[in-house]
Design a protein around this ligand. Structure first.
Ligand code: C2O
Ligand code: CU
Ligand code: CU
Length: 514
């Protein structure tokens, strides 16, 4: 019941919202959204700026980010208030190099408590953004909450990191060692109970790790290496973001944003491009495909390059998953257009953005090699144990779910639900356990580690998910066995559903690496 207390203290409106949420969960499968009309394929695709370090030394690059409110133009002619890293949405991109530490000092100038998590990062516990380790803005009335928070920090062997006073102010420094392979990661808010709202309001940005193995490949690079962050949003007539958790079934929307722009267009030359695609939506799933009907050539997944490219007619993408594809526009004539589609939606939401092919065929020395990376398969025999995690709803009196849960438990930051030993290899068996009253997609996500999928529904995983993963899509009734090694760091971490409204309400569990 910890979080109930927590929510109540945080906002007087929370109990009402919680009650309403329960009510809505019973009533509303879909709330009709009506954002202002936007012309499609009109706004040029923005690319989030790469943040410059404030200083660098032999081992590390040091950054400063201010989380603040800002007015931006998302829908042409209208102003939208966002909560942004550096006041922009999406936040600035951080570029990191394997083996070189990134140190980011975050200042919270918002009106609400926040905490930053690097999704996909192998991060020491004290920098991982545990949902109660909040950065409280100066003058915020709820600072007293710190005393109510669970104080067991198993990683406090280092006294410098166990100091709770660090988190009771508006500034926090996060340290990312980047001892992991090249990959497209992202950083986003992780405040307990309000994560869905905070990310919806803009608190998300990309974090790219580069390494030598990848740099040696002839893949498209520079301005031909383009991130696409997909966000589904709803706007009011005045341009304001309208957040509706839909009774904690998940915030949907009726405007497709890519890198913060509605249904944008990108002029491309007749050559190859690499696209790093992240589903940064709260609760919208995708199945990516090209309107030309040509297959997608996938080179990477959540945890970086696949061993070899995978060609598929379409690629499903749940919340927080990443795929990287290479599209060769030399196959199209100048003047042709092609649309990146979401086959899971009809009408305008079935379209994501448009590529406008221009100019003559250009010299292109990039290519997609048949061998991309080495990947050693983790052997099931190496696993010291198997744990089961069932993702479902808590129902009472044959009513729709009153909360989301893992193994029947709501999140309690003080309860340790699994305690793998440092260095151990384990198998985690995830189940999406629907009932007559709730049947939803749940994408389980594990902090700290990248895993390999051993089995999906008793069979081999899909070809698009054969690389390193940190999030996987589970349809109602599906199950998957994943294997990973808990290397790196001791301390407390979490595992949760990446439908952000499920996570907030409270499909999340704590695990401690001991
Ligand atoms: Cu995208 Cu707990 O994270
Ligand atoms: Cu994460
Ligand atoms: Cu879920």
């Amino acid at each position: 019941m910890f979080s109930r207390r927590y929510v109540v203290k945080f906002s007087a409106a929370a109990p009402v919202a919680a009650a309403l949420g329960t009510l809505l969960m019973q009533r509303c499968e879909l709330i009709q959204a009506n954002s202002p009309e936007v012309a499609h394929f009109h706004v040029p695709l923005p690319i989030p700026p790469v943040l410059r370090p404030v200083r660098s030394d032999d081992e590390a690059d040091y950054y400063e980010i201010t989380q603040r409110e800002a007015q931006v133009e998302i829908l042409p002619g209208l102003h939208t208030t966002v909560w942004g890293y550096e006041g922009i949405f999406p936040g600035p991109t951080i570029k990191a190099r394997h083996g070189r530490t990134t140190v980011i000092r975050h200042l919270n100038r918002l009106a609400i408590p926040t905490v930053v998590h690097l999704h996909g990062g192998a991060t020491p516990s004290e920098s991982d953004g545990f949902p109660t380790e909040l950065q409280i803005p100066d003058g915020h009335p709820s600072y007293v909450l710190q005393s109510a928070m669970c104080d067991v920090t198993p990683s406090s062997s280092d006294p410098g990191h166990g100091d709770r006073s660090r988190s009771s102010n508006s500034t926090r420094t996060y340290v990312y060692p980047n001892k992991q392979r090249a990959a497209t990661l992202w950083y986003h808010d992780h405040a307990m109970g309000f994560n869905g709202r905070n990310i919806y309001m803009g608190l998300a940005g990309l974090y790219l790790i580069e390494d030598e193995e990848e740099a040696a490949l002839p893949l498209p690079r520079g301005i031909c290496d383009i991130p696409l962050m997909l966000f589904m949003r709803t706007f009011g007539a005045d341009g304001a973001l309208v957040y509706n958790s839909v009774g904690h079934t998940g915030a949907q929307g009726d405007v497709m944003l890519v890198n913060g722009a509605p249904w944008p267009r990108l002029e491309v030359a007749r050559r190859k491009y690499r696209f790093r695609i992240l589903n940064a939506s709260n609760a919208t799933t995708f199945r990516l495909a090209l309107s030309s009907g040509k297959p997608l050539v996938q080179i990477a997944t959540d945890g970086g390059l696949l061993p070899e490219p995978v060609t598929s007619p379409s690629i499903p993408l749940a919340m927080a998953e990443r795929v990287e594809v290479v599209i060769d526009f030399a196959e199209y004539s100048s003047g042709s257009t092609l649309v990146l589609q979401n086959l899971e939606m009809a009408g305008v939401l079935g379209k994501i953005m448009r590529f406008d092919v221009t100019g003559p065929e250009v010299h292109d020395d990039s290519s997609v090699p048949q061998r991309l990376a080495t990947m050693t398969a983790l052997r099931p025999e190496a696993a010291v144990r198997t744990r089961e995690f069932r993702f479902g709803g808590i129902t009472a009196f044959n009513m729709p779910p009153v909360a989301w849960a893992i193994n029947g438990n709501r999140f309690d930051p003080c309860r340790v639900d699994a305690a793998p030993r440092l260095g151990d290899t384990e198998i985690w068996h995830f189940y999406n356990s629907p009932s007559r009253f709730h049947s939803r997609i749940h994408p389980p996500h594990i902090h700290l580690v990248q895993f390999q999928i051993l089995e999906r529904n008793g069979k081999a995983p899909y070809s698009h998910e054969t690389g390193w993963k940190d999030t996987l899509r589970l349809e109602p009734g599906e199950d998957a066995r994943v294997i990973m090694r808990f290397g790196g760091y001791k301390g407390r971490y979490i595992l949760h559903c990446h439908n952000l409204e499920h996570e907030d309400y409270e499909m999340m569990a704590r695990f401690d690496v001991v």
